[in-house]
Design a protein around this ligand. Structure first.
Ligand code: 9MR
Ligand code: 9MR
Length: 597
């Protein structure tokens, strides 16, 4: 150790912040120093023997609103040979030692899929498929034949229920709870399938620790099918009428119900009639579960995900592809027939996933159906949409950055990157608009102390996933333009997730010197009860949230933290430290993309 240098201990925050899993040999390398110093400081990069490999000066940034810290930026990009034991030394501060390797994100991409397999409902999680025996568990909810919730909701509305039952066995539990939600399933399945179309070959048969390994089908596809099957099962048979509130009526209290033909719509969700406690092993669940009313948003999520599924399985399982396409078409037609049925968010026992603006869902579903069928009717709907070819997240655009209630960009991605019958001009506009969005995110990156495409107002519930979804757009700008600066910004976002942040925190279990350890999860609940397992590796925390500090831990922190620092590694913090399928999906997309690019 250099004389007088303070080395950051493995378990306490250091002054130097960088990706805790290290860097890519030929790739960009950036670190952040927390320091009030106004003048540039000299930095040295040393190898395990202490030999100086590179040196330079820091770039003082000054006060950073997002982190509440004064920081300097250090750019030590440039080729470094692969190896271990590298350190940065600045002003008597020494970083933890780090590795430089050829494929820093390879294991992370693979392990991020643990969330999906190990959150599967309806099937045992076997010892041979998990990293520690205590992560195995018996099958749970394995014969999930459910009817509709009936009776009073928390707002006193009386729901009549329904005459049908559906077998909705399977799927992934959404998060730390055991609900299964079609809306959140849609963006998740889409993100994983989109990844499959780009670099899915790396996850071929036998590549993943799942029961289907060896069945002759790509393992990533097998994993995704587990949940697409569930989504298909949530579709209502023909000839069904239910008493439904719709449009403005959904928001009024008490609700006014009208008999409505809901054939082909998707139930919004299924979950327990009351919130179950934590810890709580899914296979011990004895609280009744129900189907909750259909919604236009869920129906369009099914249409979009199943239409992409039809393309993905076309040359793998033609029969399944056709089934998915038929369901997608039926769902889209059902949404057109019932364009304003919203979920009221007044049921106990599960998340709301309410979304009163389905214009983006309509556009996304039309884009996927157009890509799958080439039919004019979808093209007409696309061209009439306010989101048509829209640039996500840019001022003046009606299309928001990607998140579960904001899926317009997913439609634009498909139209920009898949051969369809759009004119060359239209396709070019879609591509240019993705680059416009990426440029906007890069501007944000350049105004942030930690150099990430995420501003001080962006730290909402699930913020890590929103950052990674921006990285998806930036990655696509790299694919479209071939310009290195976009890939570098993707690395910036990933470095934040892995430790280059206000808390010197890796938000992923099992990765880095200071990984997240205590997720809000009913089974990976060791922190609440030692009889339950610790989480597997590769699981992403929702991350800092200073905008909805509603859980007991967050409530205590209100007013005490800068946006990027409103986070605690606490099992009771569902607003800051839950895990979820739609959050791990962009983690997989970005890690897998960086690995493949
Ligand atoms: O545990 C629930 C978590 O999965 C949800 O994301 C969260 C927000 O919908 O709610 C949690 O459940 C809490 C409930 O909303 C209120 N009572 C305490 C519950 C803690 O488990
Ligand atoms: O991800 C959802 C976030 O955008 C919302 O603000 C939050 C509160 O409604 O709910 C989040 O979703 C939760 C869902 O409702 C229930 N399962 C766990 C999800 C992640 O916390």
């Amino acid at each position: 150790m250099a004389l007088g240098a303070a080395t950051a201990m493995a378990d306490e925050p250091g002054a130097l912040r960088l990706s805790q899993i290290g860097f890519e040999a030929g790739g960009p390398k950036r670190a952040i120093l927390v320091s009030e110093a106004e003048a540039p400081l000299a930095w040295r990069l040393v190898d395990s023997e202490g030999a100086v490999l590179a040196e330079g000066e820091t770039l003082p940034f000054g006060a950073d609103e997002s982190s509440g810290q004064s920081v300097h930026q250090i750019d030590f990009s440039g080729a470094v040979e692969t190896g271990h034991g590298y350190r940065l030394i600045i002003n008597g501060q020494e970083s933890r030692s780090f590795a430089v390797s050829g494929f820093p994100w390879r294991d992370l991409a693979r392990d991020s899929l643990n969330l999906f397999h190990q959150n599967r409902a309806g099937v045992a999680i076997e010892k041979r498929h998990v990293e520690r025996p205590d992560l195995a568990r018996p099958a749970a909810h394995e014969n999930e034949v459910l009817t509709c919730f009936s009776g009073e909701d928390t707002a006193g509305n009386h729901w009549a229920g329904c005459d049908h039952q559906l077998d909705v066995t399977g799927g992934w539990y959404d998060a730390g709870d055991h609900g299964k939600y079609v809306v959140n399933s849609g963006i998740t399945v889409w993100t994983l399938l989109d990844a499959y179309t780009r670099f899915g070959a790396a996850y071929g048969d036998g590549a993943l620790p799942i029961p289907e390994a060896g069945n002759g089908v790509n393992d990533l596809l097998d994993e995704i099918r587990w949940n697409l099957d569930f989504m298909l099962a949530m579709q209502i048979p023909d000839g069904v009428s239910m008493d439904m509130p719709s449009g403005e009526l959904t928001r009024g209290e008490p609700l006014a119900f009208t008999p409505t033909d809901v054939s082909g719509m998707a139930h919004h969700k299924t979950h327990n009639e009351v919130w179950t406690p934590l810890p709580y092993a899914p296979h011990t669940d004895d609280v009744p579960r129900y189907l909750y009313p259909p919604s236009t948003a869920a129906t369009l999520n099914l249409a979009a995900a199943a239409a992409l599924g039809a393309r993905a399985w076309a040359d793998v399982d033609a029969e399944y592809a056709q089934r998915a396409l038929d369901a997608a078409i039926r769902a889209y037609d059902a949404a057109l027939a019932n364009p304003g049925i919203y979920t009221p968010g007044t049921f106990d026992g599960g998340g709301g996933y309410g979304d009163d603006d389905v214009s983006d869902e309509f556009y996304w579903a039309a884009a996927e159906l157009y890509a799958a069928t080439g039919q004019e009717r979808y093209l007409d709907d696309l061209r009439a949409s306010p989101h048509f070819l829209g640039a996500p997240g840019v001022a003046g655009s009606p299309t928001g950055s990607i998140a579960w209630p904001s899926v317009g960009a997913l439609g634009t991605i498909t139209l920009a990157t898949v051969e369809t019958g759009l004119t060359e001009d239209e396709r070019e506009t879609a591509r240019a608009n993705l680059v416009v969005a990426a440029d906007h995110y890069l501007e944000v990156r350049d105004s942030e102390g930690y150099a990430i495409p995420f501003g001080p107002g962006d730290y909402v519930w699930g913020s890590t996933s929103n950052l990674l979804n921006r990285a998806v757009i930036i990655a696509l700008a790299h694919e479209i333009t071939g310009e290195a600066r976009y890939r570098e910004a993707v690395v910036d976002a990933m470095d934040y997730i892995l430790g280059r942040n206000a808390l010197d925190q890796s938000y992923v279990t099992g990765y880095g010197a200071r990984p997240m350890r205590n997720p809000h999860h009913r089974f990976w609940a060791h922190a609440a009860d030692p009889a339950f397992p610790e989480p597997p590796a590769g699981i992403l925390s929702g991350g800092p949230n200073n905008q909805n500090m509603s859980d007991p831990i967050a409530q205590e922190m209100r007013g005490t933290c800068a946006p990027q620092a409103c986070w605690a590694d606490h099992i009771d913090s569902y607003a800051m430290n839950e895990v979820a399928i739609n959050w791990n999906a962009p983690l997989f997309w970005v890690a897998g993309w960086l690995d493949a690019e």
